[in-house]
Design a protein around this ligand. Structure first.
Ligand SMILES: NC(=O)C1=CN([C@@H]2O[C@H](COP(=O)(O)OP(=O)(O)OC[C@H]3O[C@@H](n4cnc5c(N)ncnc54)[C@H](OP(=O)(O)O)[C@@H]3O)[C@@H](O)[C@H]2O)C=CC1
Ligand SMILES: N[C@@H](CCC(=O)N[C@@H](CSC=O)C(=O)NCC(=O)O)C(=O)O
Ligand SMILES: [Zn+2]
Ligand SMILES: [Zn+2]
Length: 381
């Protein structure tokens, strides 16, 4: 029985920005009150993990244990935990849901205020860490999840139990990329039948927006990506058109001109899934005058800002953002898992690579190759 005792296990530690992760033994403390210790079975690597490791995340701090797209089994719970129990299959939630704070009660957002401040500092709600290396140094938590460890500790508001029949090597992707893109289409934008949609960036997030727009019956789903390798995937997930702005434009034509021409004046909805602030501007300006909405999903580096002529907004275009697809993790994850189990939500199709956990640095390299959507890591290997 490991309950109540520290566990020694393998983790991938980010000691320094821009350096490979160090795979080593660490010690994971038992969960305190309102905390949950999870045996992480599978985790994928999201672009945001690479972004933070690269050093451009204003909240990035080291040494830390990254990873936020993970699923596993509850090993033990601290005092006062009622929403999950040992043995439950769970997904870690980087967007907590306490159901009690001003945000949760507002009915207007999925953002929750309960643990966000400490989460951003890389510590548990009591201000301390549950991770230590063999030298006895504290290691920081990340996004309230830290799934790049065989065992992790999260706040009880940052975890949801799921159907134990759902395969954890697939449902880990619901911890971020698939849920984020799909939710941005069906919840944040609330795309309706017949709407026209453009998605900039065909990674897992962008292709999940495509999936959501397709499920809603959008009439035109245009994917914009600088890599032609993304065309077939885009069509497979439901895109009607693919444009590569580095070669698919006429002389003097901008991507905005091209999209406006393709849609008789602009799109009902556009989505940035690149994190590039120039792309964000194009996405806004490709929206239809009077009502087009552009949803920012991509995460931009420290110091980057968005700009456009205010006239773009005066004339009815709307700039919005979306975190975790607007999905409330504890209330709504069960529905997404059911949709997946019923064949209504594609998840398996995003898994292009599988690796053992100790090969995690290669998984970060995979991200930079056009043939990779998600690499799933098996924490037992
Ligand atoms: N708001 C939220 O809740 C979340 C935000 N994110 C963020 O969303 C973004 C997408 O994540 P993810 O899908 O994992 O990332 P990926 O890197 O897999 O996907 C991004 C895609 O955008 C393409 N791209 C890059 N530059 C351009 C450009 N100028 N024009 C068109 N396409 C371009 C990339 O091509 P190439 O591969 O050739 O570079 C790639 O295909 C990231 O910024 C990530 O940090 C992720 C999850 C949640
Ligand atoms: N730390 C960054 C911002 C990072 C960010 O915007 N994260 C997204 C999720 S990205 C997942 O892969 C998010 O949900 N943001 C909302 C939040 O509360 O963090 C910075 O400081 O700029
Ligand atoms: Zn992510
Ligand atoms: Zn809350």
């Amino acid at each position: 029985m490991s309950e109540g005792k520290p566990i020694t296990c393998t983790a991938a530690v980010a000691y320094e920005a821009g350096k490979p992760l160090t795979v080593e033994e660490i010690v994971v403390d038992p969960p305190k009150a309102h905390e949950v210790r999870i045996k992480v079975e599978y985790t994928a690597v999201c672009h945001t993990d690479a972004y933070t490791l690269s050093g451009v995340d204003p909240e990035g701090a080291f040494p830390s244990i990254l990873g936020h797209e993970g699923a596993g089994v509850v090993e033990s719970v601290g005092e006062g935990v009622t929403n999950v129990k040992a043995g439950d299959h769970v997904i870690a939630l980087y967007t907590a849901e306490c159901k009690e704070c001003k945000f949760c009660k507002s009915g207007k957002t999925n953002l929750c205020g309960s643990v966000r401040a400490t989460q951003g500092k890389g510590v548990m709600p009591d201000g301390t860490s549950r991770f230590h290396n063999k030298k006895g140094e504290d290691l920081l938590h990340f996004m309230g999840c830290s799934t790049f460890s065989q065992y992790t500790v999260v706040a009880d508001v940052s975890v949801v139990a799921i159907d134990p029949k759902a395969p954890l090597d697939k449902t880990c992707l619901l911890g971020c990329g698939v849920t984020t893109g799909y939710g941005a289409a069906v919840k944040t934008a609330d795309v309706q039948k017949g709407d026209t949609v453009a998605i900039f960036g065909a990674g897992t997030v962008g292709l999940s927006v495509v999936q959501g727009a397709h499920v809603r019956g959008a009439s035109k789903i245009i994917v914009v990506d600088i890599n032609d390798q993304k065309k077939q995937w885009s069509l497979d997930f439901g895109a009607t058109d693919f444009v590569n702005p580095s070669k698919g434009l006429k002389d003097g034509q901008t991507i905005v001109d091209k999209l406006v021409e393709m849609t008789d004046g602009g799109l009902d909805f556009t989505f940035d899934c690149t994190g590039n602030t120039d792309v964000m501007r194009s996405a806004l300006e490709a929206c239809h005058k009077g009502w087009g909405q552009s949803i920012i999903i991509g995460v931009a580096a420290a110091g980057k800002e968005i700009s456009t002529r205010p006239f773009q907004l005066v004339t009815g275009r709307v700039w919005k953002g979306s975190a975790f697809g607007g999905i409330k993790g504890r209330s709504e994850m069960g529905g997404l898992v059911s949709d997946y189990m019923d064949g209504k939500l594609k998840v398996d199709e995003f898994i292009t690579h599988r690796r053992g956990f100790t090969d995690i640095n290669s998984a970060f390299e995979d991200l930079h190759h056009g043939d990779c959507l998600r690499t799933v890591l098996d924490l037992s290997k």
